[in-house]
Write a protein that binds this ligand. Sequence first.
Ligand code: ATP
Ligand code: MG
Length: 242
Amino acid sequence: MIEIKNVSKSYVKGKKSVDSLNLEIKDGEIFGFLGPNGAGKTTTIRMITGILNIDEGDILIDGKSIKSEPLEAKRNFGFVPDSPDMFLKLKGIEYLMFMADVYDIPQEKRKEKIEELTKKFEIYEELNNQIQSYSHGMRQKIVICGALLSEPKNWILDEPMTGLDPKSSYDLKEMMKKHAKSGKAVFFSTHILEVAEKLCDRVGIIHKGKLVFVGTFDEMKQRFKEETSLEKLFLEITEKED
Ligand SMILES: Nc1ncnc2c1ncn2[C@@H]1O[C@H](COP(=O)(O)OP(=O)(O)OP(=O)(O)O)[C@@H](O)[C@H]1O
Ligand SMILES: [Mg+2]
């Protein structure tokens, strides 16, 4: 469970990139975070994961505050950032071993898990090559494998489908469903409305730092009856606040 409590963040004084955000991602649900470019999705995700400091408010991950109990909070999630271009000098296997060390995964278990995940995403054969030789999609896949290695309870993913081929995208979505079905939480941002509609139990829409909608797609359609397509619905919601 992820609880975002009255959270605000400004990069420059007087301009809130995230403004008094309240949101709860429950166990057992897939929650989609939508919003136009620059709306505040990545900023929110960086605060949840402790990469960015929170100006006001607090965020709890399974009851642990990312502000006051950062180590405990960080053990409770796996994170896939929006840009997979990290650790380029490392070989795939070195990166995964590093992640396994961070999360203290026993030797036998890590071997089994690395094999399972990298075979699923078809990068097992690439593990002895440096990440800088990987394509964008392959980098995305190795980061996903690294994030899921420790079998974290809460998944936090920033535009995870970007760059993935259809099969990997399908596999990831199936994994997200399975994860939620087992009673755990998935929080991800996306621009693909069709994916969100099919996959998410609930969505939140952020616009200029403020949450302008939270609920199911059915509730969204109920509220904006006159709109026929998802795209129009989304435009209506995010233009209204201008
Ligand atoms: N490092 C930074 N320094 C200054 N301003 C920033 C920084 N990062 C983001 N911002 C600003 O904060 C706001 C929110 O940006 P954010 O990256 O959270 O948007 P986003 O919803 O993730 O957008 P996208 O869909 O393009 O990924 C934008 O106005 C952006 O210009
Ligand atoms: Mg972003």
